[in-house]
Design a protein around this ligand. Structure first.
Ligand SMILES: CC(C)(COP(=O)(O)OP(=O)(O)OC[C@H]1O[C@@H](n2cnc3c(N)ncnc32)[C@H](O)[C@@H]1OP(=O)(O)O)[C@@H](O)C(=O)NCCC(=O)NCCS
Length: 177
């Protein structure tokens, strides 16, 4: 049975391990460091890390951290990063459960827009799309611009012109984008 719960600092080594084994050689160090750093990132509104457990074993992790725009202080944005599931537990809907649980929590918090930088073939299924994301510039130049996507969780005031988003410190590394 799979259970999704909020991660704590006690999960640090499990979180590191998940991303070290889920991501390929060239990305695993930087992504696992990001995941661990986000676990202890104190932000307002809060940075959320969720864990998936299968039969009591930690098998997946996802993080959501707040992003801001200068032009509208009441607008609430978040970015999903990173997401990883241990290879031997993949294709069992664990990644989907983590995304859906996060979306549910953020929706209840009144978040307007959730961003993600990843494979559109995977994230498209959850409603993420590039059209919406194109109104918001990521903080760094993207290596794969087609991966920049967003989903509306709560309608709000949206700007007509393109705005630049600002992210939390652990994501301020051009190599992640
Ligand atoms: C992406 C990842 C989190 C998905 O986790 P998961 O638990 O296997 O996902 P789910 O079981 O909910 O969904 C699996 C489905 O997505 C598909 N899928 C997985 N990765 C995909 C991708 N990159 N592109 C398209 N489809 C993908 C699978 O084929 C499967 O399809 P099916 O249900 O029709 O068989 C996992 O494969 C992983 O950790 N990958 C390595 C790290 C990574 O790439 N993270 C995302 C970075 S943005």
């Amino acid at each position: 049975m799979t259970r999704v719960r909020v991660a704590t600092s006690l999960d640090r080594e499990d979180v590191r391990e998940i991303h070290l084994c889920a991501f390929p050689e060239g990305e695993k160090q930087i992504v696992s460091t990001l995941a661990v750093n986000l676990l202890s990132e104190e932000t307002t509104p809060k940075t959320i890390s969720l864990i998936a457990e299968a039969d009591g074993v930690v098998v997946g992790h996802i993080a959501f951290s707040p992003v801001t725009i200068n032009s509208n202080k009441s607008w609430k944005g978040y970015i999903l990063a990173p997401l990883g599931v241990k290879p031997e537990y993949q294709k069992r809907q664990i990644g989907s459960k983590l995304i859906e649980s996060g979306i549910e929590r953020l929706s209840r918090m009144g978040v307007n827009v959730l961003f993600v930088y990843g494979d559109p073939k995977y994230y498209g299924k959850f409603g993420f799309n590039a059209d919406l994301a194109s109104k918001y510039s990521p903080p760094y130049e993207l290596q794969y611009p087609f991966g920049w996507q967003a989903i509306i969780l709560n309608e709000g005031v949206f700007t007509e012109s393109t705005v630049i988003i600002t992210c939390v410190d652990p994501l301020k590394d051009a190599a992640l984008w």
